[in-house]
Design a protein around this ligand. Structure first.
Ligand SMILES: Cc1ncc(COP(=O)(O)O)c(C=O)c1O
Length: 382
């Protein structure tokens, strides 16, 4: 069906929550996408870090194909192998405790919030300004952005937002705090790595007051920053972490992972999800982990991130971020992104009026990095 027909259907039958770009994609492979007219695009956004290993990575496709032809769903009243193996692997690679699977990032946050509130009844949450944790009511309440929150008030009570600075955060934590929630690199907020010392200060304040430290690794985890987890850069271990986006290599799966101390807080009946942790999405996630858990993989991300950053700096851009989670300043971010798509067939994203974000697949080649830099450099206002 042609793009114009899809737009007509959208106008008739789809809630207007998304400002879509006027392109219809029909196929993807690696860093490349093709539209309905056969034009090839270079994708440096990968579904906002979802297609972590590029489009249709052969190992993900094969794992899904094998599982989907054998058993698609039985629900969480029974056992299947892929999610149990995945939980064991995720636990071993991170906090060492239990895993709760979800279908999305916001749901992983909901699980973390419920766990923390159950552990400290009536407890409060300390969150950072510019943070983003999702659109469901709990996750939205943890996302202190006026435009996103205001139309939906009243929100869940008990959230307190503080500036992303160690002193402000430490002052806000006390014996009533259930948890502090942070992203090691604030993604939707515009690719801002946390100030040095902030995670360490948050860890110390949580320890002092018996609160939990929750790291939201939904965007910055799974190797994106050149370390397996964003918190690895600070040498800090949270009590709980949340994952989603790239975990399924394009399929919808999230996870809330706990440390052993708090793995038993949620008991039978406390939480659940019909679809979550099904064998197909878990098989995809196992295939993703096969690739990213290799120590050499993170080193590769660091090297490629450096190349991309240097390339962008060499064409005069003001770059921030870490690993392959980068952004640059642009006077008109959305305008530049639209021109990159239309004129250079390069997929980027603006996280605000003056920020252009790049989240290429982690297995992007050096040649593709150089090509993306060349395409950005060819845009007049870049
Ligand atoms: C750090 C972070 N947390 C949570 C979410 C919400 O994830 P989802 O859109 O899958 O609900 C996002 C999505 O952008 C995110 O970047």
């Amino acid at each position: 069906m042609a793009l114009a027909s899809l737009q007509e259907l959208e106008r008739e039958a789809v809630m207007g929550t998304y400002a879509r770009n006027p392109v219809e994609f029909v196929r993807g492979e690696g860093t490349r996408l093709w539209d309905d007219e056969g034009n090839e695009y270079l994708d440096f956004l990968c579904g906002i870090s979802v297609s972590l290993l590029g489009h249709c990575h052969p190992a993900v496709v094969e794992a899904v194909r094998e599982q989907v032809g054998r058993l698609i769903h039985v629900g969480n009243l029974f056992y299947t192998e892929p999610p149990m193996l995945l939980a064991a692997r995720l636990s071993e690679l991170s906090l060492g405790g239990g895993v709760f699977f979800t279908n999305s990032g916001a749901e992983a946050i909901e699980c973390a919030l419920k766990l923390a509130r159950k552990r400290r009844a009536g407890g409060e949450f300390v969150v950072l300004e510019r943070g983003f944790h999702g659109r469901t009511y709990g996750a939205l309440s943890a996302t202190p952005q006026e435009a996103k929150q205001a139309p939906f008030a009243p929100l869940v009570p008990g959230f307190r937002a503080v500036p992303a600075a160690p002193e402000a955060l430490v002052r806000a934590v006390d014996g009533r705090t259930a948890a502090v929630i942070v992203e090691a690199v604030q993604g939707e907020g515009g690719i801002h790595p946390l100030e040095s010392g902030l995670l360490e200060a948050a860890r110390a304040a949580c320890d002092e007051h018996g609160a939990l430290l929750i790291c939201d690794e939904i965007q910055c985890g799974l190797g994106r920053t050149g370390a397996l987890w964003g918190f690895d850069h600070a040498g800090v271990r949270p009590d709980v972490m949340t994952l989603a986006k790239g975990l399924g290599g394009g399929l919808p799966i999230g996870a809330c992972v706990a440390s052993p101390d708090v793995s038993d807080v949620l008991a039978p009946g406390d939480h659940g999800s019909t679809f979550a942790g099904g064998p197909v999405v878990a098989a995809a996630a196992n295939a993703v982990l096969d690739v990213v858990e290799d120590a050499g993989f993170s080193a590769g991300v660091r090297a490629k991130g450096k190349r991309l950053r240097l390339g962008l700096e060499q064409i005069g851009l003001d770059v921030r971020g870490i690993g392959l989670m980068l952004a640059f300043h642009a006077a008109d971010g959305p305008g530049l992104v639209a021109r990159a798509l239309a004129e250079q067939r390069l997929v980027l994203n603006a996280t605000g009026p003056d920020t252009v974000r790049l989240l290429p697949p982690l297995n992007v080649s050096e040649a593709d990095i150089d090509e993306a830099v060349g395409r950005i450099g060819a845009l007049p206002a870049a």
